[in-house]
Design a binder for this molecule. Sequence first.
Ligand SMILES: *[C@@H]1O[C@H](CO)[C@@H](O)[C@H](O)[C@H]1NC(C)=O
Ligand SMILES: *[C@@H]1O[C@H](CO)[C@@H](O)[C@H](O)[C@H]1NC(C)=O
Ligand SMILES: *[C@@H]1O[C@H](CO)[C@@H](O)[C@H](O)[C@H]1NC(C)=O
Ligand SMILES: *[C@@H]1O[C@H](CO)[C@@H](O)[C@H](O)[C@H]1NC(C)=O
Ligand SMILES: *[C@@H]1O[C@H](CO)[C@@H](O)[C@H](O)[C@H]1NC(C)=O
Length: 441
Amino acid sequence: MSSFFTCALDKVLIHLCSCVGGEVNYARNQAYVIIGTLVEACLLTEEGQDKSKVKMHDVVREMALWIASDFGKDKERCIVKAGVGLREVPTVENWRSVRRMSLMDNMIKNISESPDCPELTTLLLQKNEILNISMEISELVSLRYLDLSGNRGIQQIFACLLELEKLLYLNLEGTGLESVSGISNLSSLRTLRLQYNKIYSNVIKELKLLEHLEVVTIEICSMFVADQLLNAYREANAIQELSIRYIENKSILTLLDMAVLSKLEIYKCEFAEIKVKRRTSLWNRSPTTPSFPNLSTVRLVFCHGVKDLTWLLFAPNLKVLYVENAAQVEDIINKEKAANILTEEKASTIIPFRKLEDFEVFFLPELRSIYWSPLPFPRLRIFRIYSCPNLRKLPLDSKSGSSIAGEELFIHREERDWIDKVEWEDEATKERFRRFNRPSN
Ligand SMILES: *[C@@H]1O[C@H](CO)[C@@H](O)[C@H](O)[C@H]1NC(C)=O
Ligand SMILES: *[C@@H]1O[C@H](CO)[C@@H](O)[C@H](O)[C@H]1NC(C)=O
Ligand SMILES: *[C@@H]1O[C@H](CO)[C@@H](O)[C@H](O)[C@H]1NC(C)=O
Ligand SMILES: *[C@@H]1O[C@H](CO)[C@@H](O)[C@H](O)[C@H]1NC(C)=O
Ligand SMILES: *[C@@H]1O[C@H](CO)[C@@H](O)[C@H](O)[C@H]1NC(C)=O
């Protein structure tokens, strides 16, 4: 068991950070299989409501580290000192033997040593207080995986960082980064995580120069950058998480097909409309081919301007939809628009929200319709409605939300009276959902 264990953990890391072009999905699936096996063997436990995280028990972790250090013979091969309140980089006897180092979640402010670690491939420094890496990080010639996320105050890409030619994975999320100028020098990069930073400048230009890029997370805060993305098919197609924030421009936001996109958040923007520019001409594909096959979470918050989210018809695998404080949203899916973007016949073959599990709408004063006819919602479990005074019809019939597992779809509502004003499809539907509704919490 033990050698299987190290081997498996090793594979997860290696797979996740060193796969070459096109293999990313294969490697990701492999990694999931390995993690699944470890969960089954109780070496990892699942965490969180949706079990999207795994955790290792301290004792198991100690054992894993012991195995990874060649059964204690090479203690410095993997240095793991996470969340132990370190204020500086720990003393290491032989830097040359260090292969992986995790110093995440400490209080390290200053890294100015320049240790010689030719074997170091993975360096985890997220959630520290590092403002400036004046260390000759460029000496870390083998580094492939570097995580600096959550270190507020890294405004620019350090020149020395750009010399890490072998870097495959770089995480700079939530660092306060303002510019990515020069990042295209990291020519091996496969994954670049830049979310939670307001980057206004030539980010798309830099991304275009990174030939091997497969996964990007990014926040866009200017119409100029949003527009640039429209001419960047390859780069758009690598975006896994996208936040569009604080854009006051009242024109139309156009999104491209994004095959990898999994999370989209639009926050405090004033777009009049959100549209999808589909690549039908290039692929000559059916009008029902999804533009966003992997999109699972959409959040739209404080967006006064958009009237509908009809484009969600192209996101068939959506699991979570959250719409809050959007003063002008009238329909989630608008019938006329749906008929315009699809032909009448195709529109009737698309059954939206078949994978939806969690649907929440809050403070939508103009919302009148979610969809024009009842939908099956086979996976829907949370349907939360709060302060949508004009929503009278719900796209539900007596069979909506029925699952094989026999779990029930509940309507969570805040206002007592609201549910009494709903116009139900028929008596059976009314009967069913009057039983299965409960106050929101
Ligand atoms: C960082 O560490 C170096 C060497 O340990 C020291 O000379 C320097 O003053 C430190 N800088 C800060 C800002 O603490
Ligand atoms: C980082 O440290 C280097 C060398 O000590 C210094 O020249 C540079 O100005 C510092 N940068 C910031 C943003 O503090
Ligand atoms: C980045 O690449 C350019 C062009 O290849 C080169 O001139 C420059 O020195 C590189 N910068 C760094 C910091 O490596
Ligand atoms: C808003 O965006 C449109 C389209 O991208 C652009 O033509 C226009 O100049 C922008 N308006 C402002 C005020 O930035
Ligand atoms: C995207 O979706 C397709 C089809 O559902 C799937 O085969 C692929 O693995 C997904 N890719 C990612 C990066 O999740």
